[in-house]
Ligand binder design. Structure first.
Ligand SMILES: N[C@@H](CCC(=O)N[C@@H](CS)C(=O)NCC(=O)O)C(=O)O
Length: 205
C-alpha cells in the first residue's frame, strides 16, 4: 500500500509537507482533503486523524498528524540528504529549535493573515474585523508587515531564497491554490463555513 498524504494546499503545514516530499522524490498518494468543504469532519478522515486536521499521513496501518512529525518521519524513513535533518547533534538541535519556534512565532500569525485576506461577510462581521485589525497592528510581526517600506525587501528576499532552494516550478505549483484563495472563498458554500466562525474568532480574541 502506497504511503498516503492527506493535504489541502490552502494550508501552510500541508504545503511544507508536500514540498518536502516532492523535493525528495518520495512517492505518495495525494489524498486531497478540502477544508473549505469541511471534509475534515467526515467519518473516514476521523479514522486517519484524531485531531481532524491536515496534513495527515497514513503508511500502512500507521497514521500520523502534525506537519513537523510527518516531515521528520519521512526524513528518517527515506533517509533524505543530511542537510534536511543533520545527524550532527548541534546542527540537528538548530533545526529542532526553528521547528519548535515557528508554530507560535510565524504560523499562528500566518493563519490570521489568511483569514483577514479571504474574509467574507458571511464569516466575520465588520465590527469583529475592525477589532482584529487594531489587535493585529499591535503585534510586532504584523506591524512589520504593515510597514511595507521597511520590511518588504527582507521578506521578499527571504521568499526568493526559499523559491530558489525549492525550485520555481514546485514552489509555484504548491502556492497556486493559496494565491487564488480570495477568489475561491467567494464561490464557496457559506453554510459549510459556519463551523469555522468560532475557530476564526478564537484566533483573534
Ligand atoms: N500544528 C499542526 C497544524 C495543523 C492545522 O492547523 N491544520 C489546519 C489547516 S492549516 C486544519 O486542518 N484545520 C482544520 C480545522 O481546524 O477544522 C501542523 O503543523 O500540522
Amino acid at each position: 500500500m502506497a504511503l498516503e498524504l492527506y493535504l489541502d494546499l490552502f494550508s501552510q503545514p500541508c504545503r511544507s509537507v508536500y514540498i518536502f516530499a516532492k523535493k525528495n522524490n518520495i512517492s505518495f498518494d495525494f489524498k486531497k482533503l478540502s477544508l473549505l468543504d469541511g471534509q475534515q469532519y467526515g467519518e473516514d478522515f476521523g479514522k486517519i486523524s484524531l485531531i481532524r486536521k491536515v496534513p495527515a499521513l497514513r503508511d500502512g496501518d500507521f497514521c500520523l498528524a502534525e506537519s513537523v512529525a510527518i516531515m521528520l518521519y519521512l526524513a528518517e524513513k527515506f533517509k533524505t540528504p543530511d542537510f534536511w535533518y543533520p545527524a550532527d547533534l548541534r546542527q540537528r538541535a538548530r533545526v529542532n529549535e526553528y521547528l519548535s519556534w515557528q508554530h507560535t512565532a510565524i504560523r499562528m500569525h500566518g493563519s490570521k493573515i489568511f483569514w483577514l485576506r479571504v474574509r467574507s461577510p458571511s464569516l466575520i462581521c465588520v465590527g469583529a474585523v475592525r477589532l482584529v485589525m487594531s489587535y493585529l497592528s499591535s503585534l510586532p510581526f504584523i506591524g512589520l508587515l504593515a510597514q511595507r517600506e521597511s520590511c518588504s525587501e527582507p521578506l521578499s528576499a527571504w521568499r526568493d531564497r526559499v523559491q530558489e532552494a525549492v525550485g520555481k516550478e514546485l514552489f509555484d505549483e504548491a502556492h497556486q491554490y493559496i494565491l487564488g484563495a480570495q477568489e475561491s472563498v467567494k464561490s464557496m458554500d457559506s453554510s459549510k463555513m459556519q463551523v469555522y466562525k468560532p475557530k476564526i474568532l478564537r484566533l483573534f480574541m
